[in-house]
Write a protein that binds this ligand. Structure first.
Ligand SMILES: [Zn+2]
Length: 357
C-alpha cells in the first residue's frame, strides 16, 4: 500500500495558508517493487512470491548464487546433487507477441512444432538465416540473492548462456586451479559473491527498429561470509513451463497469442527483453566447442570476447583474436542425412546455442 504523507503546517504556510491540500504521495519503493514483480519470463513458471531478477542499468551488481538440488533429467547435474544453474533451450520471438517458449524437443525429447517447421524448411532448402532463427537457443536459470537488495530474498535470473552470466562463470571456473574457492562459488556455506559488471549494448529488432540491452561483460568473485544453509531454494528443473504442442503450433503458425491467462504483465517482459534479428554480431561457436581452423587445424574454443575467438590447438598453443570467419564447425564424422530422431542432438550446435541478446 502506498504510504500517505500529509503536508506539514510549515509547508502550508509557504502556500499562504490557503488551499491547504493534503497530498497523497505514492511510495517510490513500492512502485519499483511492483514493476519488478510484474516482470515475468514467458518460458518459466516461478513459485509464488519469487521474483525474477534482471539487470536494470549499467554498473556493478553483487550476486550470491545459491545451490539447488537437481531433479531428474537435468542436462548438467545428476539427480540429488547440488548444482548452481539450469540449462535449457527456448525458441525466441515466437508468434505475434514475440514470446519465448521452451523447446519440447531439446528439453523433453518430444515433438516440437517449431523444430518440425525448421526441418521442413531445411528440406526445402530455405536460407540459413531463416533456419537459424528457428533453432532453440541455449539459456540458463539461476537462483540468486542480490547482496545490495537482500530484502527481496531469492530471485530467479534467466538469460542467454553464450552472452550471459553463465559463460562468464564458466570462463572463471576454467581458469581456476583445482580446489580453488572459485569452483565452490555457489556453495551455501563458504561460497563467493559474484561482482558482475553490466554494460549497455545495442541490438536490432526484427521490424528494423533498434534498442539497447544490458549485458554482463566482466565477472570477479569475492569471498563471502554469509551462510545460506537455511535457505529453501526452489528446484530450478521444476520452473520450466512445458508448452502444449497444439497450442504452441497454433501460436507459431498463426502468429496469435497462446491464451490470455498470462495477463498483461507478460507484454511488459517482451518489451524489456526484445528479440534481436539474426544479427551480424552473432558468433556461431561456443566455449569448449571443437572447430577447424585453416592454419591451426582442429582447435578448442577457450573464450569468446568481443566477437573474436581464443583457440587452443592440438599442441596446446593458444591463438587469440581469431575471427569466427576463419574457422568452421568441426564434424568428426561425415554428415548423415538429417533424420527427425537426430535432432535432439543437432550437429550444428553452434547455431543452436549461440545468440546475442
Ligand atoms: Zn523446438
Amino acid at each position: 500500500m502506498p504510504k500517505i504523507y500529509e503536508r506539514s503546517e510549515k509547508m502550508g504556510k509557504l502556500n499562504d495558508g490557503k488551499n491547504k491540500k493534503v497530498r497523497k504521495y505514492t511510495d517510490a519503493k513500492t512502485t519499483a517493487n511492483k514493476q519488478s514483480a510484474g516482470f515475468q519470463i514467458a518460458s518459466l513458471d516461478l513459485p509464488k512470491g519469487v521474483n525474477s531478477f534482471y539487470f536494470k542499468k549499467e554498473g556493478m551488481y553483487y550476486l550470491d548464487v545459491l545451490p539447488y538440488t537437481a531433479g531428474k533429467n537435468n542436462p548438467m547435474a545428476d539427480e540429488g546433487y547440488d548444482h548452481w544453474e539450469r540449462t535449457y533451450w527456448a525458441h525466441r520471438g515466437v508468434g505475434a507477441e514475440n514470446k519465448q517458449y521452451c523447446c519440447l524437443l531439446k528439453n523433453w525429447g518430444e515433438n516440437c512444432p517449431i523444430c518440425e517447421h525448421r526441418q521442413e524448411l531445411e528440406r526445402r532448402g530455405a536460407s540459413e538465416d531463416v533456419i537459424k532463427a528457428l533453432w532453440p537457443k541455449k539459456r540458463q536459470i539461476m537462483a540468486i540473492i542480490d547482496v545490495e537488495d537482500k530484502d527481496k530474498g531469492i530471485q530467479i535470473l534467466e538469460g542467454p548462456y553464450a552472452f550471459g552470466l553463465g559463460s562468464l562463470i564458466d570462463n572463471k571456473i576454467d581458469a581456476a586451479r583445482e580446489g580453488s574457492p572459485v569452483t565452490r562459488f555457489y556453495h551455501a556455506d563458504g561460497g563467493m559473491t559474484l561482482a558482475v559488471k553490466c554494460k549497455s549494448e545495442g541490438f536490432k529488432l526484427k521490424d528494423g527498429g533498434s534498442g539497447k540491452f544490458l549485458k554482463p561483460v566482466n565477472l570477479e568473485m569475492e569471498p563471502r561470509e554469509t551462510n545460506y544453509e537455511d535457505k529453501d531454494v526452489p528446484c530450478l528443473d521444476d520452473l520450466l513451463k512445458k508448452p502444449d504442442y497444439k497450442k504452441l503450433k497454433e501460436v507459431f503458425h498463426k502468429g496469435a497469442d497462446e491464451d490470455d491467462d498470462d495477463g498483461d504483465t507478460v507484454d511488459e517482459v517482451e518489451a524489456t527483453t526484445p528479440v534481436p534479428t539474426n544479427n551480424e554480431t552473432e558468433v556461431e561457436f561456443e566455449v569448449g566447442e571443437k572447430v577447424k581452423h585453416s592454419k591451426y587445424g582442429v582447435c578448442t574454443v577457450l573464450e569468446i570476447k568481443n566477437g573474436k575467438l581464443k583457440l587452443k590447438d592440438k599442441d596446446g598453443d593458444t591463438h587469440r583474436a581469431i575471427d569466427p570467419s576463419e574457422v568452421s564447425t568441426y564434424t568428426p564424422e561425415p554428415e548423415k542425412k538429417p533424420e527427425i530422431q537426430n535432432l535432439s542432438k543437432p550437429k550444428r550446435s553452434a547455431v543452436t546455442d549461440d545468440e546475442e541478446e
